[in-house]
Write a protein that binds this ligand. Structure first.
Ligand SMILES: C[S@@+](CC[C@H](N)C(=O)[O-])C[C@H]1O[C@@H](n2cnc3c(N)ncnc32)[C@H](O)[C@@H]1O
Length: 297
């Protein structure tokens, strides 16, 4: 049973993504799709266990929603897709036959919790940036420029100009992105095992869509994509299977205060967690340790 909720250009579907995409989303109707699916690495999403019996079953499942995403993408549209480092080669080979892969991005992050000691622990997740038409797609370079690291303390002067002027120190970011993961103490924190940071989605949405454009997230989780899309004056479609995460979306994106008689509240945080000896623990580290211990992406 699929439920649909809508408010001011933001739509939420509660149901299975393949079913929703197939039956509710018209062809060539979406400007930008951000896909952050289960990675097949054994996380728990509510009552859903992110582990398939074999890699082949996982990728066959993934190809179903990938085909649908390609169908609903506008001819000048863009897809960003994430998965585990071990599954990404399958997606890459599948997608390069159907789309143009413009960039192979890595999202690199810090780690302060439990880290591997017998191999090189995972410190990044891969992202593919793909378009349907390599000669016609949105890329708002000026909206995502960052300060270039020249290594110089002083502004470098370009003496080739008729009047020497400081070099333009802003540039489009390369394909290695650093953004901190969402921490317990951060304002945007929600109770979900794989919440993506708003900063990551902000770069993607600013670069690859325009105000008023339609952005789809087929695995919404904490609805980061839709929350950032709304803040940046875009419209959104989000799909999520688990009711406990649907409630985050209803609160975060549609500003609902109640669902089926239950008050929808932002996470109530406890910054005074103590260990068995009564010592106060660093709540960020607790959150991070859980994350690190589970991550094999
Ligand atoms: C990796 S998380 C997405 C996290 C999200 N990007 C965020 O920032 O919070 C994947 C999400 O997909 C949901 N999911 C799993 N299978 C699904 C399906 N068949 N249809 C729709 N959602 C599904 C899970 O409940 C989980 O919340």
């Amino acid at each position: 049973m699929i439920q649909r909720y809508e408010q001011q250009g933001n739509i939420i579907f509660h149901g299975d993504t393949v079913n929703v995409l197939k039956n509710y989303i018209p062809s060539e109707s979406v400007d930008l799709i951000f896909i952050d699916p289960p990675y097949n690495i054994g996380k728990k999403f509510g009552n859903f266990h992110d582990k398939w019996d074999s890699e082949a079953e996982y990728v066959n499942w993934a190809y179903q929603w990938l085909e649908e995403c390609i169908r609903i993408l506008k001819t000048n549209g863009t897809i960003y897709i994430m998965t585990s480092t071990q599954a990404m080669p399958y997606f890459d080979i599948f997608l390069r036959k159907k789309l143009t892969i413009l960039s192979r991005i890595i999202w690199h992050y810090d780690s302060s919790g439990v880290q591997a000691t017998k191999y090189f622990g995972s410190m990044y997740e891969p992202i593919l940036h793909c378009v349907k038409d390599k000669n016609n797609y949105t890329f708002n370079a000026d909206d995502i420029k960052i300060e270039a690291k020249t290594g110089s303390q002083r502004k470098l002067i370009d003496y080739r100009k008729s009047v020497p002027t400081p070099y333009n120190t802003e540039k489009v970011p390369g394909n290695a992105w650093y953004f901190p993961r969402v921490r317990y103490r951060m304002e945007e924190y929600e109770n979900h095992p794989t919440q993506k940071p708003e900063s990551l989605l902000e770069r993607i949405i600013l670069a690859s869509s325009n105000e008023g454009g339609l952005i789809l997230d087929p695995f919404a989780g904490t609805f980061t994509t839709a929350a950032v899309a709304k803040r940046l004056c875009r419209k959104s479609i989000s799909i999520e299977l688990q009711e406990e995460y649907l409630k985050i979306g209803l609160r975060r994106v549609l500003a609902w205060q109640e669902y089926k008689g239950e008050k929808l509240l932002a996470p109530q945080k406890n910054h005074n967690i103590k260990n068995k000896d009564g010592q106060k623990l660093d709540t960020d580290c607790i959150q991070r340790s859980i994350f690190d211990a589970n991550t094999t992406a």
